[in-house]
Structures are given as structure tokens and as C-alpha cells.
Design a protein around this ligand. Sequence first.
Ligand code: IMP
Ligand code: MG
Length: 190
Amino acid sequence: MTTANESATIHPDLASVLISEGHIQARVKELGRKLKHIYGDDEFTVVAVMNGAILFTADLMREIDNPTRLDCIRVSSYGSSTESRGAPKLVHSLTLDVTGRHVLLVDDILDTGKTLSLIAGMIRGLRPASLHVCVLLDKKSRRQVPFEADLVGFQIPDQFVVGYGLDFAERYRNLPYIGVLKPSLYTPTK
Ligand code: IMP
Ligand code: MG
């Protein structure tokens, strides 16, 4: 629900709110309906990319009444930078067997595409019955490797954002909205 004073309570480290809590929740409900079109009543296995996708995945799963299984995967992180450093590496792999299963891969944001192409390639190698990718945010202009998600919450411009799972140096994940971090709080490395 959008609160009347949402903009008044903006975190002091943010330059602006890009997507309000109300807009996120409405879009998550729509994505839940789109998943119903994809899967019908079939069971599927949700694979969330830790840590960023945790809040989005938790809300999205509550919009689904299908039988689901949940697994998490982790890749090497950004550290305290706003730019990805080289190739991502898998540091925690799946614990569930996804061979012959319908898999929904969920991440917070599709940026250069390196992370999701690595994970999607690994999952495809396990021969799932199907693989769909759902991201909350997509920064299309930043893509370095060709990769498109099947479901996208919001297309956003090339700005570093935090909140609703997304972090800068592991902070701000708990904000219920997505905001643009004040550039004075980091030194852009571009
Ligand atoms: P990619 O491999 O460049 O597509 O990066 C994807 C990962 O980078 C995401 O899962 C995020 O963890 C991180 N990331 C990319 N852009 C942002 C941002 O604007 N804010 C916070 N994290 C970001
Ligand atoms: Mg992430």
C-alpha cells in the first residue's frame, strides 16, 4: 500500500525514490498472474539469487498458489563498489535436484547480464524441464552479454539503485521502495 507520507520518509542517503512501495507491490501481483499463465497449476522450483532477490522472491512466492519448491544460489558480489569486478563466480550452488523440473530463476536486477547468463547456463546444463527467468529490474542499456529475462518488473535507466533487496556495501536492502543512491556517497568508477 502506498502511504501518503512515502516521499516524506525517504532515506537521507537517497537522491530520489525511483519506484514506490505501492508500485512494487502492484507489479509483483501482476507478475504473479503472469506466472500462472506460464505454469498453469504445475509445480515449479524457484531459484533465488542471494542476497538481492530475497525480498522480491518472498513477495512473489506469496502471489503463487502452485506447488513450489525453493532453492537459493549465490554468486560472488560487488563488494563495496557500484561496478561489477570481472566475471562472477558461483560460490553456493543448488541443493535441490532440478533435472526434469520446471525452474523459475529470480533475481533483483539484470545489469551487464553476466550473473544471470552464468547461472542460467549452469541450470540448463542440469537439463530442467523448462527454465524461465524473472527479474524485478532491468537496466537494458548496460548489457555486456546478450541476455533477456522472460518476466521483467520495471525497465530502469542507468542509475545505481538500492532498496527492496538491492544493496550498496550490504546496506539499504530493507528499504520497502527502490531509490537512487546519492552519488556523493560513492566514487563512480566509470
Ligand atoms: P550483472 O551480472 O552485471 O547483470 O549484475 C547483476 C547483479 O549486480 C545484481 O544481482 C545486483 O546484485 C548487482 N547490481 C547491478 N546493478 C545494481 C544496482 O543498481 N544496485 C544494486 N546492485 C546492482
Ligand atoms: Mg544480486
